[in-house]
Design a protein around this ligand. Structure first.
Ligand SMILES: NC(=O)c1ccc[n+]([C@@H]2O[C@H](COP(=O)([O-])OP(=O)(O)OC[C@H]3O[C@@H](n4cnc5c(N)ncnc54)[C@H](OP(=O)(O)O)[C@@H]3O)[C@@H](O)[C@H]2O)c1
Length: 283
Protein backbone atom coordinates (compact mmCIF):
# COMPACT_ATOMS: atom_id res chain seq x y z
CA UNK A 1 0.00 0.00 0.00
CA UNK A 2 1.11 3.59 -0.65
CA UNK A 3 2.37 6.05 2.00
CA UNK A 4 -1.11 7.45 2.62
CA UNK A 5 -2.55 4.03 3.46
CA UNK A 6 -5.79 4.77 1.62
CA UNK A 7 -7.63 3.72 -1.52
CA UNK A 8 -8.60 6.35 -4.09
CA UNK A 9 -11.12 6.19 -6.92
CA UNK A 10 -11.41 8.44 -9.95
CA UNK A 11 -14.69 9.11 -11.71
CA UNK A 12 -13.50 10.43 -15.08
CA UNK A 13 -9.87 10.17 -16.07
CA UNK A 14 -9.27 12.60 -18.88
CA UNK A 15 -6.43 15.08 -18.84
CA UNK A 16 -6.81 16.16 -15.21
CA UNK A 17 -7.68 12.78 -13.75
CA UNK A 18 -4.57 11.37 -15.39
CA UNK A 19 -2.39 14.27 -14.20
CA UNK A 20 -3.47 13.72 -10.58
CA UNK A 21 -3.22 9.94 -10.80
CA UNK A 22 0.26 10.10 -12.31
CA UNK A 23 1.42 12.64 -9.71
CA UNK A 24 0.10 10.58 -6.81
CA UNK A 25 1.89 7.49 -8.11
CA UNK A 26 5.15 9.41 -8.57
CA UNK A 27 5.02 10.66 -4.97
CA UNK A 28 4.25 7.08 -3.82
CA UNK A 29 1.29 8.34 -1.78
CA UNK A 30 -0.63 5.61 -3.62
CA UNK A 31 0.41 2.40 -5.33
CA UNK A 32 -1.29 1.24 -8.54
CA UNK A 33 -3.23 -1.33 -6.48
CA UNK A 34 -4.71 1.48 -4.32
CA UNK A 35 -6.27 3.16 -7.35
CA UNK A 36 -9.72 2.51 -8.84
CA UNK A 37 -10.86 4.13 -12.06
CA UNK A 38 -14.22 4.63 -13.73
CA UNK A 39 -14.31 6.19 -17.18
CA UNK A 40 -16.86 5.71 -19.94
CA UNK A 41 -14.07 5.38 -22.49
CA UNK A 42 -12.63 1.85 -22.64
CA UNK A 43 -9.65 3.22 -24.57
CA UNK A 44 -8.80 5.43 -21.56
CA UNK A 45 -8.95 2.46 -19.20
CA UNK A 46 -6.71 0.43 -21.48
CA UNK A 47 -4.26 3.33 -21.62
CA UNK A 48 -4.18 3.61 -17.79
CA UNK A 49 -3.64 -0.11 -17.47
CA UNK A 50 -0.76 -0.14 -19.94
CA UNK A 51 0.94 3.04 -18.74
CA UNK A 52 0.38 3.07 -14.98
CA UNK A 53 -0.40 -0.56 -14.12
CA UNK A 54 -3.91 0.26 -12.86
CA UNK A 55 -5.90 -2.97 -12.56
CA UNK A 56 -9.15 -1.84 -10.89
CA UNK A 57 -10.94 -0.43 -13.91
CA UNK A 58 -14.55 -0.17 -14.97
CA UNK A 59 -16.63 1.53 -17.64
CA UNK A 60 -19.93 -0.14 -16.78
CA UNK A 61 -22.16 2.63 -15.45
CA UNK A 62 -24.53 0.18 -13.75
CA UNK A 63 -21.82 -1.20 -11.45
CA UNK A 64 -18.78 1.06 -11.58
CA UNK A 65 -19.93 3.77 -9.19
CA UNK A 66 -20.69 1.22 -6.46
CA UNK A 67 -17.38 -0.48 -7.21
CA UNK A 68 -15.54 2.79 -6.55
CA UNK A 69 -17.51 3.88 -3.47
CA UNK A 70 -17.39 0.41 -1.89
CA UNK A 71 -13.62 0.07 -2.33
CA UNK A 72 -12.26 3.58 -1.86
CA UNK A 73 -11.78 6.07 0.98
CA UNK A 74 -11.27 9.02 -1.36
CA UNK A 75 -13.43 9.57 -4.45
CA UNK A 76 -12.27 12.12 -7.01
CA UNK A 77 -14.87 13.67 -9.30
CA UNK A 78 -12.79 14.58 -12.35
CA UNK A 79 -15.46 14.85 -15.02
CA UNK A 80 -16.62 17.87 -17.03
CA UNK A 81 -19.24 20.12 -15.41
CA UNK A 82 -21.73 19.16 -18.15
CA UNK A 83 -21.92 15.52 -17.01
CA UNK A 84 -21.86 16.14 -13.26
CA UNK A 85 -25.65 16.09 -12.88
CA UNK A 86 -25.87 12.58 -14.41
CA UNK A 87 -23.01 11.34 -12.26
CA UNK A 88 -24.31 12.69 -8.93
CA UNK A 89 -27.76 11.31 -9.71
CA UNK A 90 -26.10 7.88 -10.11
CA UNK A 91 -23.71 8.02 -7.16
CA UNK A 92 -26.12 9.45 -4.58
CA UNK A 93 -27.57 5.99 -3.86
CA UNK A 94 -24.17 4.30 -3.35
CA UNK A 95 -23.11 3.06 0.09
CA UNK A 96 -21.62 6.28 1.38
CA UNK A 97 -20.15 6.42 4.87
CA UNK A 98 -19.41 9.85 6.36
CA UNK A 99 -16.78 8.34 8.68
CA UNK A 100 -14.90 6.72 5.79
CA UNK A 101 -15.30 8.76 2.64
CA UNK A 102 -13.88 12.04 1.40
CA UNK A 103 -15.02 13.37 -1.97
CA UNK A 104 -12.65 15.58 -3.93
CA UNK A 105 -14.20 17.65 -6.70
CA UNK A 106 -11.95 19.30 -9.26
CA UNK A 107 -14.89 20.36 -11.41
CA UNK A 108 -14.49 23.94 -12.55
CA UNK A 109 -17.13 26.42 -11.39
CA UNK A 110 -19.18 23.94 -9.32
CA UNK A 111 -19.59 24.76 -5.62
CA UNK A 112 -19.31 22.12 -2.90
CA UNK A 113 -22.87 23.05 -1.84
CA UNK A 114 -24.16 21.65 -5.14
CA UNK A 115 -22.55 18.24 -4.58
CA UNK A 116 -23.58 18.27 -0.90
CA UNK A 117 -27.22 18.46 -2.01
CA UNK A 118 -26.79 14.94 -3.43
CA UNK A 119 -24.40 13.65 -0.73
CA UNK A 120 -25.79 15.52 2.30
CA UNK A 121 -23.48 14.19 5.02
CA UNK A 122 -20.34 13.37 3.09
CA UNK A 123 -17.23 15.57 3.37
CA UNK A 124 -16.59 17.29 0.02
CA UNK A 125 -13.37 19.18 -0.67
CA UNK A 126 -13.09 21.31 -3.78
CA UNK A 127 -9.71 21.52 -5.49
CA UNK A 128 -8.55 23.61 -8.39
CA UNK A 129 -5.41 21.87 -9.65
CA UNK A 130 -3.52 22.46 -12.90
CA UNK A 131 -1.94 20.30 -15.58
CA UNK A 132 1.75 20.91 -14.65
CA UNK A 133 1.05 18.38 -11.88
CA UNK A 134 2.07 15.94 -14.62
CA UNK A 135 5.65 17.10 -14.01
CA UNK A 136 5.19 17.61 -10.23
CA UNK A 137 5.03 21.40 -10.51
CA UNK A 138 1.31 21.77 -9.89
CA UNK A 139 -0.32 24.82 -8.31
CA UNK A 140 -3.59 24.09 -6.53
CA UNK A 141 -6.19 25.73 -4.35
CA UNK A 142 -8.03 23.53 -1.85
CA UNK A 143 -11.35 24.56 -0.23
CA UNK A 144 -13.29 22.38 2.22
CA UNK A 145 -17.09 22.22 1.98
CA UNK A 146 -19.41 22.40 4.98
CA UNK A 147 -19.13 18.72 5.98
CA UNK A 148 -15.34 18.61 5.69
CA UNK A 149 -13.37 18.82 8.95
CA UNK A 150 -9.87 20.21 9.39
CA UNK A 151 -8.59 16.63 9.02
CA UNK A 152 -10.30 16.21 5.63
CA UNK A 153 -8.92 19.55 4.47
CA UNK A 154 -5.43 18.62 5.72
CA UNK A 155 -5.56 15.24 3.98
CA UNK A 156 -6.45 16.75 0.61
CA UNK A 157 -4.17 19.76 0.98
CA UNK A 158 -1.30 17.37 1.79
CA UNK A 159 -1.99 15.30 -1.31
CA UNK A 160 -1.90 18.31 -3.61
CA UNK A 161 1.07 19.86 -1.83
CA UNK A 162 2.97 16.69 -2.74
CA UNK A 163 2.20 17.51 -6.39
CA UNK A 164 3.57 21.06 -6.29
CA UNK A 165 2.23 23.96 -4.22
CA UNK A 166 -1.19 24.02 -2.63
CA UNK A 167 -3.09 26.74 -0.80
CA UNK A 168 -5.84 25.93 1.68
CA UNK A 169 -8.44 28.65 1.09
CA UNK A 170 -12.07 29.61 1.54
CA UNK A 171 -14.20 28.48 -1.38
CA UNK A 172 -14.92 32.06 -2.47
CA UNK A 173 -11.32 32.28 -3.74
CA UNK A 174 -11.41 29.17 -5.93
CA UNK A 175 -12.64 30.85 -9.14
CA UNK A 176 -9.87 33.45 -8.86
CA UNK A 177 -7.31 30.69 -8.31
CA UNK A 178 -8.70 28.95 -11.40
CA UNK A 179 -8.12 32.12 -13.40
CA UNK A 180 -4.42 32.15 -12.48
CA UNK A 181 -3.20 28.58 -12.08
CA UNK A 182 -5.96 26.61 -13.87
CA UNK A 183 -6.01 28.76 -17.02
CA UNK A 184 -2.52 30.23 -16.64
CA UNK A 185 -0.50 27.40 -18.24
CA UNK A 186 -2.13 28.27 -21.58
CA UNK A 187 -0.98 31.88 -21.28
CA UNK A 188 2.55 30.79 -20.41
CA UNK A 189 2.61 28.42 -23.41
CA UNK A 190 1.51 31.31 -25.63
CA UNK A 191 4.30 33.51 -24.30
CA UNK A 192 6.89 30.79 -24.88
CA UNK A 193 5.55 30.21 -28.40
CA UNK A 194 5.71 33.94 -29.11
CA UNK A 195 9.29 34.23 -27.78
CA UNK A 196 10.31 31.26 -29.91
CA UNK A 197 8.62 32.79 -32.97
CA UNK A 198 10.58 35.98 -32.34
CA UNK A 199 13.80 33.98 -32.19
CA UNK A 200 13.00 32.11 -35.39
CA UNK A 201 12.31 35.41 -37.14
CA UNK A 202 15.78 36.51 -36.07
CA UNK A 203 17.24 33.37 -37.65
CA UNK A 204 17.50 30.87 -34.76
CA UNK A 205 16.53 27.23 -35.33
CA UNK A 206 13.02 26.51 -33.94
CA UNK A 207 14.09 23.86 -31.45
CA UNK A 208 16.81 26.06 -29.99
CA UNK A 209 14.55 29.12 -29.81
CA UNK A 210 11.79 27.16 -28.08
CA UNK A 211 14.13 25.57 -25.53
CA UNK A 212 15.74 28.93 -24.74
CA UNK A 213 12.31 30.53 -24.32
CA UNK A 214 10.95 27.74 -22.09
CA UNK A 215 14.09 27.60 -19.95
CA UNK A 216 14.02 31.39 -19.57
CA UNK A 217 10.40 31.30 -18.36
CA UNK A 218 11.24 28.48 -15.94
CA UNK A 219 14.35 30.33 -14.73
CA UNK A 220 12.46 33.59 -14.21
CA UNK A 221 9.74 31.76 -12.26
CA UNK A 222 12.35 29.98 -10.12
CA UNK A 223 14.11 33.26 -9.35
CA UNK A 224 10.85 34.67 -7.99
CA UNK A 225 9.99 31.54 -6.02
CA UNK A 226 13.51 31.00 -4.61
CA UNK A 227 14.36 34.61 -3.74
CA UNK A 228 10.87 35.84 -2.85
CA UNK A 229 11.80 39.11 -4.58
CA UNK A 230 9.19 41.31 -6.22
CA UNK A 231 9.09 40.60 -9.98
CA UNK A 232 9.40 44.34 -10.71
CA UNK A 233 12.65 44.49 -8.76
CA UNK A 234 14.06 41.49 -10.62
CA UNK A 235 12.99 43.09 -13.90
CA UNK A 236 14.79 46.31 -12.94
CA UNK A 237 17.99 44.35 -12.28
CA UNK A 238 17.93 43.03 -15.86
CA UNK A 239 17.35 46.45 -17.44
CA UNK A 240 20.61 48.36 -17.79
CA UNK A 241 20.32 52.07 -18.66
CA UNK A 242 19.92 52.56 -22.40
CA UNK A 243 20.18 48.79 -22.87
CA UNK A 244 18.43 46.22 -25.01
CA UNK A 245 16.08 44.86 -22.30
CA UNK A 246 14.55 48.22 -21.47
CA UNK A 247 13.94 48.71 -25.21
CA UNK A 248 12.02 45.42 -25.18
CA UNK A 249 10.12 46.46 -22.04
CA UNK A 250 8.95 49.60 -23.89
CA UNK A 251 7.74 47.44 -26.80
CA UNK A 252 5.80 45.24 -24.36
CA UNK A 253 4.24 48.25 -22.63
CA UNK A 254 3.21 49.68 -26.02
CA UNK A 255 1.37 46.42 -26.59
CA UNK A 256 -0.26 46.72 -23.12
CA UNK A 257 1.44 43.47 -22.05
CA UNK A 258 0.58 43.60 -18.34
CA UNK A 259 -2.90 45.05 -18.86
CA UNK A 260 -3.65 42.34 -21.43
CA UNK A 261 -2.61 39.61 -19.00
CA UNK A 262 -4.70 41.14 -16.22
CA UNK A 263 -7.64 41.18 -18.65
CA UNK A 264 -7.05 37.50 -19.42
CA UNK A 265 -7.08 36.60 -15.72
CA UNK A 266 -10.33 38.51 -15.23
CA UNK A 267 -11.92 36.98 -18.38
CA UNK A 268 -11.09 33.48 -17.12
CA UNK A 269 -12.75 34.14 -13.77
CA UNK A 270 -15.87 35.62 -15.38
CA UNK A 271 -16.21 32.63 -17.71
CA UNK A 272 -15.67 30.14 -14.87
CA UNK A 273 -18.46 31.78 -12.86
CA UNK A 274 -20.75 31.70 -15.91
CA UNK A 275 -20.09 28.00 -16.54
CA UNK A 276 -20.71 27.15 -12.89
CA UNK A 277 -23.99 29.12 -12.72
CA UNK A 278 -25.21 27.58 -15.99
CA UNK A 279 -24.47 24.01 -14.95
CA UNK A 280 -25.84 24.48 -11.44
CA UNK A 281 -29.06 26.10 -12.69
CA UNK A 282 -29.56 23.25 -15.19
CA UNK A 283 -29.85 20.87 -12.31
N1 LIG B 1 -7.96 20.86 -17.98
C1 LIG B 1 -7.55 21.67 -17.00
O1 LIG B 1 -6.51 22.33 -17.10
C2 LIG B 1 -8.32 21.73 -15.72
C3 LIG B 1 -7.76 22.39 -14.63
C4 LIG B 1 -8.45 22.34 -13.42
C5 LIG B 1 -9.69 21.71 -13.32
N2 LIG B 1 -10.23 21.13 -14.43
C6 LIG B 1 -11.53 20.46 -14.30
O2 LIG B 1 -11.27 19.08 -14.37
C7 LIG B 1 -12.43 18.42 -14.89
C8 LIG B 1 -12.01 17.42 -15.93
O3 LIG B 1 -11.35 18.13 -17.00
P1 LIG B 1 -10.50 17.35 -18.08
O4 LIG B 1 -9.79 18.38 -18.88
O5 LIG B 1 -9.74 16.26 -17.44
O6 LIG B 1 -11.71 16.72 -18.96
P2 LIG B 1 -11.66 15.46 -19.95
O7 LIG B 1 -10.27 15.31 -20.50
O8 LIG B 1 -12.82 15.60 -20.88
O9 LIG B 1 -11.91 14.22 -18.95
C9 LIG B 1 -13.15 13.80 -18.47
C10 LIG B 1 -13.22 12.28 -18.65
O10 LIG B 1 -14.40 11.78 -18.02
C11 LIG B 1 -15.07 10.90 -18.93
N3 LIG B 1 -16.49 10.84 -18.61
C12 LIG B 1 -17.54 11.47 -19.19
N4 LIG B 1 -18.71 11.13 -18.61
C13 LIG B 1 -18.39 10.27 -17.62
C14 LIG B 1 -19.14 9.56 -16.65
N5 LIG B 1 -20.47 9.65 -16.60
N6 LIG B 1 -18.51 8.76 -15.75
C15 LIG B 1 -17.16 8.65 -15.79
N7 LIG B 1 -16.38 9.28 -16.72
C16 LIG B 1 -16.98 10.08 -17.60
C17 LIG B 1 -14.79 11.55 -20.27
O11 LIG B 1 -15.10 10.70 -21.35
P3 LIG B 1 -15.59 11.42 -22.76
O12 LIG B 1 -14.40 12.11 -23.29
O13 LIG B 1 -16.08 10.28 -23.58
O14 LIG B 1 -16.71 12.39 -22.37
C18 LIG B 1 -13.30 11.87 -20.13
O15 LIG B 1 -12.50 10.74 -20.36
C19 LIG B 1 -13.36 19.50 -15.45
O16 LIG B 1 -14.49 19.61 -14.61
C20 LIG B 1 -12.52 20.76 -15.41
O17 LIG B 1 -13.32 21.89 -15.07
C21 LIG B 1 -9.56 21.11 -15.61
Amino acid sequence: MGKLGKKIGFIGTGQMGEAILKGLLTTELFEPDDIYVMDILDSRLQYLKENFGIAHLSSDRSTAYNYIVDNCDIVVLSIKPQVLKDVVECIKSCNWDKEKHTVISIIGGINTSFIEKYLPEIPVVRVMPNTPMLVNIGASGVAPGKNASKEHAKLVHGMFEALGVSYLVEEKYIDSITAISGCGPAYVYMMIEAMADGGVELGLPREMAQTLAAQTVMGGAKMILDTGEHPGKLKDKVCSPGGSTIAGVRALEQGAFRGTIMNAIEAGKVRMEEVGKKEESNK
